[in-house]
Design a protein around this ligand. Structure first.
Ligand code: FMN
Length: 169
């Protein structure tokens, strides 16, 4: 099974989850930052897993990115060179395959991004492979809560099993 885990990450939490999901998916899977995931990677993939942070109660957006750029606040510097996942998804060439979506977020009722990611994947022809998932950070900039990397690996392994049930090894 060929899979890519495409992620947007400014502070590294979503990147860490993406790497763990790729490990769980197995040897045919790679975690790629949005600007590393080209059309050849997309065409070759049976499964696209996509993940991004929740900012301002929603999937990371240009508006929030502009706000973070203008006012980065206190704490570690964001990597503003990372393109937006939503733009990558909106430009995805329609195809047929499986999709799965996750976000990273603080614990609590502060919004989700994964359902919007799943919607954009499905709109491009990538049928949802189960429920979306959220991975939790301890503070505004992370790090990930204890156990979340292991949970991401297990989620990836579950996705691999789900694909195998549907399309074979
Ligand atoms: C400016 C800013 C706004 C945020 N807004 C939310 C929010 O509305 N809801 C939420 O659950 N988490 C929010 N967070 C937490 C981020 O979703 C979390 O730190 C995420 O893991 C960052 O991902 P990254 O390290 O991959 O960039 C916010 C963080 C920042 C810095």
């Amino acid at each position: 099974m060929n899979a890519i885990v495409v992620y947007e990450s400014l502070w590294g939490n979503t990147a860490e989850v993406a790497r763990a999901v790729a490990e769980g998916l197995g040897p045919g899977a790679r975690a790629l930052r949005v600007d590393e995931a080209g059309s050849a990677d997309v065409v070759a993939a049976d499964l696209i897993v996509a993940g991004a942070p929740v900012f301002g109660f929603k999937l990371s957006s240009q508006k929030m990115r502009d706000g973070i750029r203008t006012n980065p606040g206190k704490g570690p510097a964001p990597d503003l060179s990372c393109p937006l996942l939503c733009a990558w998804l909106e430009a995805l060439t329609p195809a047929s395959g499986w999709g799965a979506a996750f976000d990273t977020q603080v614990r609590g009722p502060f919004g989700k991004g994964a359902p919007e990611i799943a919607r954009l994947l499905e709109g491009a022809g990538y049928a949802p492979l189960g429920e979306t998932e959220g991975f939790v950070v301890k503070g505004r900039h992370g790090p990930l809560k204890d156990g979340e990397v292991e949970r991401a690996r297990a989620w990836g392994a579950g996705l691999a099993r789900a694909v195998q049930e549907r399309i074979g090894p």
